[in-house]
Design a protein around this ligand. Sequence first.
Ligand code: 5GP
Length: 214
Amino acid sequence: MTSPSRREFVVHREPINRHGRIIVVSGPSGVGKGTVIRRVLEQVPDLALSVSATTRPMREGDIAGTSYHFLSQQEFEVGIQDGIFYEWARYKNNYYGTLKRTVAERTATGKDIILEIDIQGARQVKSLAPNAVLIYIQPPNFETLEKRLRGRATETERAIRERLAAAIDEQNSVEADYAGHYVITNDNLDACTNLLITIISAERHRMIRPEPEN
Ligand code: 5GP
């Protein structure tokens, strides 16, 4: 037997250098996912946030083109027909959707991209991109979620009740939707932020399966 040689030993290029992952972050309204994501973006290099399109009215603090691309219902429906959306969903009588262009740009810019979208969108991405990483942020308990929602002075009682009912439905589908993916609890902002950063760091080392072109 010839002796093993150094030439036969393949050191693999770490997947960390191959950017362009889709990271989908979902969770009930009021769980604090926006704050967690903002902190993660400040700390993790080569990571961008997808700007979705929506037909919901602008809220105080929203910036057109940064928070969302704000479209009329008609513009959105034409967009659906023209196939401009990677995924889209109706959420409380408004349309929300991720633009195909935005997802395509992730490879051009070489950055991983976070999609902060609802669970209906997460399901679509899971079937479109088998390597997408799904992360669900849950509150530590119902009372905390209710308190956080009530703390937002902008919501009407009816809106709060609707959001809580939606959160219960979502919470009950997590086991089925997130098998093989991640669920984290936002009990403490720093801990939750660090956990999300840890998941993204670990995912950057995971060898991916070849994906069909979208
Ligand atoms: P908000 O109106 O509070 O900004 O968002 C309402 C919900 O819509 C949130 O759960 C948010 O994650 C979700 N959402 C935002 N953009 C998209 C999108 O592009 N696609 C889908 N499916 N959901 C979205």
